[in-house]
Design a protein around this ligand. Sequence first.
Ligand code: SAM
Length: 330
Amino acid sequence: MIDPFGRHISYLRVSVTDRCDFRCVYCMSEDMSFLPKAEVLTLEELDRVCSAFVRLGVRKLRLTGGEPLVRRNIMSLFHGLGRHLTSGALDELTLTTNGSQLARHAEELAAAGVKRVNVSLDTLDAAKFHTITRWGKIDQVMGGLTAAKAAGLAVKINTVALKGVNEDEFDDLIAWCGAEGFDLTLIEVMPMGDIGGEQRLDQYLPLSLVRARLGQRWTLDETDYRSGGPARYYTVRETGRRLGLITPLTHNFCESCNRVRLTCTGTLFMCLGQEDAADLRAPLRASESDAPLDAAIAEAISRKPKGHDFVIDRRHSQPAVKRHMSVTGG
Ligand code: SAM
């Protein structure tokens, strides 16, 4: 699949549920309303759409959410999709998780062919963790990380950089990841969805600033390593681990975008930061043949926009897109 700007689309991210057992302050408001079940694709339907993308050239699949591991029976989807790894049609099957259910599932994920997991963790401080996630318990996540390591899964920690909240902790996080054998990626907060009282401007911390600060304590060697995602990577010389920076605001990464995103209702977003979308649920449910689905995917890719333009400043107080990250899948 090649889009109008000559980019190969080889990476599909799938939000398998809009539900989550955390309520991170920058992601959701506390009183979210969730989708009725009939609107959500069944696990069999999700397998069918993912398999269509694999047939059309996708080499990397990431399941996300909401929280993917709170969806009932989600392991059956991982096992089913694992067949594309075995056949060689897919290079990587992975997930992004908050880690709360990882202790239960780590071994089975590894058995399904998952090799790496991204675990979101914004702080090492238990009280702060509870404040950020509203409902989360850090011990559960730490248990999940221990289980992931024991199952042989490579771990990358994702940390959203929040001004005045965790900006004093990045050195500790780098040292901790070094000791645990994890890579770390810092992410700029993106203006997605109405999050209630919290103000984006208060949360936003440009990573250009953080990069300069980290350089005083750590030796950051630039690398040309790419994970197939949007991060730019450094090697931290003192720990030997990778540090990724995802900078949708200070430096957008659209020119190398190889991704599209499917929501749990079968809506395909060709860009994280634009409203334009394609409905894949109708062609999926209309026919047992995959031909209408394949045609709808091809049509959607032909509309992939050049990029997005997130801005957070005083003149832009509205979210750039109305939907929350939990809908599109981070
Ligand atoms: N529940 C899973 C998790 O916690 O990783 C997967 C879904 S979550 C939406 C995926 C990632 O998006 C998390 O790392 C989260 O911190 C991040 N995220 C959510 N809202 C964001 C925002 N407005 N800006 C930047 N990152 C955000």
